[in-house]
Design a protein around this ligand. Sequence first.
Ligand code: E4P
Length: 227
Amino acid sequence: MKIYVDSANIESIKRVMDLCPVAGVTTNPTILSREKRNPWESLYNIRRLIGDAIELHTQVVSQKTEDMVEEAQFIVKRLGKNTFIKVPVSFEGFKAIRKMKSLGLNVTATAVFTPMQALVASLCGATYLAPYVNRVDMISGDGVSLVQNIQSLLEKQGSKAEVLAASFKSVEQILRVALTGAKCITASPSLWLEVLRHPLTDHAIQGFTTDFEKLTAPGKTLATTVK
Ligand code: E4P
């Protein structure tokens, strides 16, 4: 599975990158707005932090096909080739994905809420498809089943597009989506930290330290305990 960080906050992205391998950073206009600065400042900072080898997913704000394509070209020129243009799957969006694909741009279809939207977006040329798990759960739907159905439809149809599951609010949602076999998951930095953290791990470490210090002396490790 590939880990993506859904954020435009440099310190938070860095924190996750220090802890585990990150395949990419995903943003959207709302995420950029949280930083309360010029969006280009945030995007340039992210690219500088992650380098050219890590994917950066950046969403177009335009709503008309031609404007989306123009905006996408503008974005890639500034953020480099390893940038994936996030396109919401509106009617204009589907047309834009086809056009972008024909121009050789990398596309992530976003705001996906049905398996058929995902399949058609993949036929239009999207590399990644981003279903919104929590937003489906929030309206009494089943976000995990959505991901599962998209995956099985893509498999049955022989599509090479990958699911980049998005919109998570709990560790449980992430686990359940990972158990479906989803290969890419994007979540906020704080949620990734929650994934890694467990109070019993901290408690166990505390016990080991206390016992070792009882045996030796406070602050000692095997490296500083001379035989
Ligand atoms: C990421 O690609 C999506 O834009 C994001 O995960 C949506 O998450 P939200 O439902 O928390 O806004």
